[in-house]
Design a protein around this ligand. Structure first.
Ligand code: B4P
Ligand code: MG
Length: 284
């Protein structure tokens, strides 16, 4: 019973913030996204995010790998453009989704520091959040970025949020609204605190709880899919808060629809979820 808490009227919010696809549009209209991550041995995470981004309507989707041994292309999704470490200029993108499978190495920290200095809208997830939690210089860069009002969305699960807050997951879960708000204010950005009843908080005090999603999402890789969806919406020029609201809603809706058809709650895979995002989006 938090009076400031607006229960998310997501379908209306979604359609309000998301323009219909105009007849005379082209791929540039829907923006280019780079998913940045995938250290050696962890290439699947950014690929899942990138597949979800294609199905969430981004015009062009790239993956910029962190480590060596990246695949040259993604056979079931040859539309994706995969780049070996250090070869894609991130400043030319319309949005970045950074962190999935990124590892916490020196090169990963350098890539994150460079991305933080760009004005490109950015989603920060997974190991990029863990790097931030342990490196005050990196955290300062993000705070500076927030003060300059460049769009930024952080998507921690409770343990990642706890690392950023110097607390523990139990304390975060005890007051999820307060934890999301505290992080949004500290970094001057939008925070998506994941888990059942995902909380979306903006630095200006806007706050919502997502009504969609179910325990089918408690499976590896579903967080990467969320990162790809929100990244795709940022690339399509949605403001950070609207992209977070719409993306979280859509991700949960896709899971609910799959669960209803028998693909969950047990055994739903993140790959299936990435594919189902398209139908959920086109139904709205
Ligand atoms: P990692 O090992 O870092 O997991 P990951 O690679 O980030 O997984 P992934 O990207 O697939 O999932 P994510 O959670 O990002 O960390 C996992 C560890 O963190 C756990 O072993 C645990 O110790 C801790 N942890 C994580 N969540 C916790 C929680 N809720 N409480 C306490 N500790 C926790 O993304 C998952 C996606 O699915 C999100 O969008 C989320 O909102 C959604 N989701 C998951 N369960 C849901 C549910 N029951 N209902 C609705 N949505 C749900
Ligand atoms: Mg995750």
């Amino acid at each position: 019973a938090d009076p400031a808490l607006a229960r998310l009227n997501a379908p209306a919010l979604f359609t309000r913030s998301f323009p219909a696809r105009a007849f005379a549009s082209h791929k540039g209209t829907f923006g280019s996204l780079a998913v940045v991550g995938g250290d050696t041995g962890m290439c699947g995470a950014p690929i899942l995010a990138a597949r979800a981004a294609l199905h969430a309507g981004a015009g062009k989707v790239h993956v910029a790998f962190i480590g060596a041994g990246a695949p040259p292309y993604d056979p079931p999704y040859p539309e994706l453009m995969l780049h070996p470490a250090g070869t894609l200029p991130l400043g030319t993108m319309n949005a970045l989704a950074i962190g999935c499978g990124m590892g916490r190495g020196k090169h990963a920290a350098e890539v994150l520091a460079n991305a933080a200095t760009l004005e490109v809208p950015m989603l920060v997830d997974a190991d990029a959040l863990n790097l931030l939690a342990h490196d005050t210089a990196l955290a300062d860069l993000l705070v500076k970025r927030g003060a300059a009002r460049h769009a930024c969305v952080l998507t921690p699960h409770p343990l990642e949020a706890a690392r950023l807050l110097g607390s523990d997951a139990t304390a975060v879960q005890r007051d999820r609204l307060a934890a999301a708000r505290a992080l949004a204010q500290r970094f001057g950005c939008v925070v998506v605190l994941k888990g059942a009843g995902t909380v979306i908080a903006a630095a200006d005090g806007r706050l919502a709880v997502n009504p969609t999603g179910n325990a089918a999402l408690a499976a590896g890789g579903t967080g990467d899919v969320l990162g790809g969806i929100v990244g795709a919406l940022l690339a399509q020029r949605l403001p950070a808060y609207e992209a977070a609201l719409a993306g979280v809603y859509l991700h949960g809706l896709a899971a609910d629809t799959l669960t209803h058809s028998g693909a969950g709650p047990a055994g739903l895979t993140a790959g299936e979820l990435a594919t189902a995002v398209r139908a959920a989006l086109n139904r709205l």
